[in-house]
Write a protein that binds this ligand. Structure first.
Ligand code: C2E
Ligand code: MG
Ligand code: MG
Ligand code: MG
Length: 280
């Protein structure tokens, strides 16, 4: 009896495995089609100067408008895209779209684009970024590239040289999700970042958690010493914002200032030039 139950369990497990594999293959095929058929969209979330509250730019965040499943958030397909290499064309699409859109915004607004560690392994990445800037006409100083510290763990010296080349072009570099990974303070001094983005997990419950305030305050002090600025991510409440201002954070981003939205939904003070693709 126990034997057959065991066998049954095994069968069920097996079926669940192949169902999962099948779902994954379907998703991979779908994602391949999505890139080819322009089902990917770039949404924009504002970030503001913490002291004045003035908008300084937007972070580009990819979404997948799936024909049957609706709008899929990046957490559900970025990992798959990285594992299959599809992150390379996906990342190029996002960067080109973001540069083209931002080129039409008022010139005091920057655009921040996330790059995956996998993209860093591409020999053509530097040329691709240069081409995205040239084709869109966006000045390099209005582009920020966000990377997570996992990029620094592997191929540290090659990536360091690459980052120096980007900085030389005038592009700003931000260290994303700071505090979540294997953060080593030595990365901060070893790599040429302009900005540290404190992960939203430190902002949550900020007003009830004195320990998080202590961490943020330490990061702000450290960043000042290294001539870097600090962004707080995931700011949702007025109380969090006030606390972060008092702690000396330079920039703030989060639902309090705006959710990620399609470009059509964003209001600009000055008229916006339409990008080449829209005009075509
Ligand atoms: P991220 O780069 O850290 O982006 C910030 C994430 O926090 C976004 O999630 C944003 O919607 C969310 N967020 C912003 N404000 C708040 C808030 O006040 N509260 C809460 N709870 N969340 C907030 P999203 O858009 O789902 O993106 C998730 C992650 O996917 C991003 O984290 C980034 O790592 C990755 N990602 C998004 N677009 C791209 C892309 O084009 N390329 C690559 N390589 N990764 C991307
Ligand atoms: Mg980011
Ligand atoms: Mg982040
Ligand atoms: Mg992230």
């Amino acid at each position: 009896r126990s034997k057959s139950a065991g066998r049954n369990c095994f069968t069920i497990y097996d079926e669940a495995m192949s169902a999962e594999l099948e779902a994954r293959n379907t998703l991979e095929g779908d994602l391949r089609d999505a890139i080819a058929q322009c089902q990917l969209e770039v949404h924009y979330q504002p970030f503001v100067d913490a002291l004045s509250g003035a908008r300084r730019g937007f972070e580009a965040l990819v979404r997948w408008r799936h024909p049957t499943r609706g709008l899929i958030p990046p957490d559900q397909f970025i990992l798959l895209a990285e594992e299959t290499g599809l992150i390379v064309p996906l990342g190029e699409f996002v960067l080109r779209r973001a540069c083209a859109d931002a080129a039409g915004w008022p010139s005091d607004l920057a655009v921040a684009v996330n790059l995956s560690p996998i993209q860093f392994k591409e020999a053509e990445l530097f040329e691709m970024i240069g081409a995205a800037l040239a084709d869109s006409g966006l000045p390099p100083h209005r582009l920020e590239i966000e990377i997570t510290e996992s990029v620094l763990l592997e191929r540290g010296s090659e990536n360091h040289a690459f980052m120096e080349r980007l900085k030389h072009l005038g592009i700003e570099l931000a260290l994303d999700d700071f505090g979540t990974g294997y953060s080593s303070l030595s990365y901060l001094t070893a790599f040429p970042f302009d900005k540290i983005k404190i992960d939203k997990s430190f902002i949550r419950n900020l007003t009830h958690q004195p320990r998080n305030s202590a961490i943020i305050s330490a990061i702000v002090t450290l960043a000042r010493g290294l001539d870097m600025s600090v962004t707080a991510e995931g700011v949702e409440t007025r109380e969090e914002y006030e606390r972060l201002k008092a702690l000396g954070v330079n920039f703030a981003q989060g639902y309090l200032f705006g959710r990620p939205q399609p470009i059509e939904r964003i209001l600009f003070d000055a008229p916006v030039k339409r990008s080449r693709r829209d005009a075509a």
